[in-house]
Design a protein around this ligand. Structure first.
Ligand SMILES: *[C@@H]1O[C@H](CO)[C@@H](O)[C@H](O)[C@H]1NC(C)=O
Ligand SMILES: *[C@@H]1O[C@H](CO)[C@@H](O)[C@H](O)[C@H]1NC(C)=O
Ligand SMILES: *[C@@H]1O[C@H](CO)[C@@H](O)[C@H](O)[C@H]1NC(C)=O
Ligand SMILES: *[C@@H]1O[C@H](CO)[C@@H](O)[C@H](O)[C@H]1NC(C)=O
Ligand SMILES: *[C@@H]1O[C@H](CO)[C@@H](O)[C@H](O)[C@H]1NC(C)=O
Ligand SMILES: *[C@@H]1O[C@H](CO)[C@@H](O)[C@H](O)[C@H]1NC(C)=O
Length: 267
């Protein structure tokens, strides 16, 4: 990048306009690095489910750097401070009003990204730690009953089609997920003799992180190539124009000096 800037600075007038987008691009890259240097707190859910049933016990954990012995923590729920919570572990029995967005901050840390928790009043709930998975990851789902009442004959449905059945175990895992595993999921199960149906949730499986990195790299390579091409064309054009514009002037100067030299001889 420094090399490119030096190249641009050596270009008189013609290539200057190219410097501006490049500078903006560099500033963005620098700003990116600076925010990445500050430690950011992270909210973790325990158990990891982002949807829970009413009366489930939920623990929110705030992780990040802190002074030894000082666990002073700030919790935010829907943007408002929870003044009574000053510990990094925040455990509660869920009510519907506990739904919403949680953020935390340990001393010295930047406020965490938000974590969404949804508390649902129902008999049955299909739980997951996240809604978006990368290709190749393992999708974990759990068919959970209110107050963990004994559940049996559990079926997992994807887009309305039964895909897995368990006599007693209510956990499902799909290893090496690919795009075909994206879709709407729900579960059914028997509480005694009564069949209950969970609401559905939408799972998305997206291209792997490697693909993202590679596409980002290609974006940068293409960007540099285009910049170089523009620079080359522009510089070429500049020198071409300069030569063509100066030719008549130089011809005139040459003819003038010839005349001057010839003048005394002509006398
Ligand atoms: C938070 O919970 C974990 C276990 O779940 C425990 O090891 C840790 O000591 C707790 N931290 C505090 C500050 O209570
Ligand atoms: C939830 O919030 C609403 C409105 O703020 C309130 O009326 C209700 O009593 C709350 N419910 C519980 C279980 O705290
Ligand atoms: C927080 O927001 C969620 C939805 O955005 C809402 O269901 C919940 O009742 C809110 N709770 C409080 C205490 O504001
Ligand atoms: C712990 O850190 C907080 C926030 O930086 C500070 O206000 C508090 O005084 C510290 N407590 C102790 C005991 O050092
Ligand atoms: C239930 O199924 C999960 C995932 O399929 C498995 O890891 C777990 O060991 C099973 N539990 C029992 C008690 O069989
Ligand atoms: C996705 O995974 C399933 C089994 O888990 C496999 O049968 C299918 O061929 C895979 N599809 C692709 C496009 O890789």
């Amino acid at each position: 990048m420094t090399l490119e800037i030096q190249m641009f600075q050596n270009v008189p007038s013609g290539g200057r306009w190219l410097l501006q987008p490049l500078t903006i691009f560099l500033l963005f890259a620098l700003a990116d690095r600076q925010t990445a240097d500050l430690p950011k707190a992270v909210v973790k859910l325990e158990p990891p489910w982002i949807q829970v049933l009413k009366d489930d016990s939920v623990t929110l954990k705030c992780e990040g750097t802190h002074n030894p012995g000082n666990y002073s923590t700030q919790w935010l729920h829907n943007g408002s401070s929870l003044w009574s919570q000053v510990r990094p572990n925040y455990t509660f029995k869920a009510t519907v009003n506990d739904s919403g967005e949680y953020r935390c901050r340990l001393e010295q840390n930047v406020l965490s990204d938000p974590v969404q928790l949804e508390v649902i009043a129902d008999w049955l709930l299909l739980q997951t730690p996240q809604l978006v998975f990368e290709e190749g990851e393992t999708i974990i789902l759990r068919c959970h009953s209110w107050k963990s009442r004994p559940l049996n004959r559990i079926t997992l449905y994807q887009n309305g089609k039964a895909v897995k059945y368990r006599r007693f175990n209510c956990s499902f895992s799909i290893s090496k997920a690919n795009h075909s595993h994206s879709g709407d999921y729900h579960c059914t199960g028997f509480l005694g003799e009564r069949r209950e149906v969970s609401r559905s949730l939408t799972i998305t499986v997206q291209g792997s992180a490697d693909a993202t990195v590679i596409s980002l790299l290609w974006y940068h390579v293409t960007f540099c190539l285009v910049m170089f091409l523009l620079f080359a064309v522009d510089t070429g054009l500049y020198f071409y124009l300069r030569r063509n514009l100066q030719t008549p002037v130089e011809d005139w100067r040459k003819s003038l000096s010839v005349k001057k030299r010839q003048a005394p001889e002509g006398k």
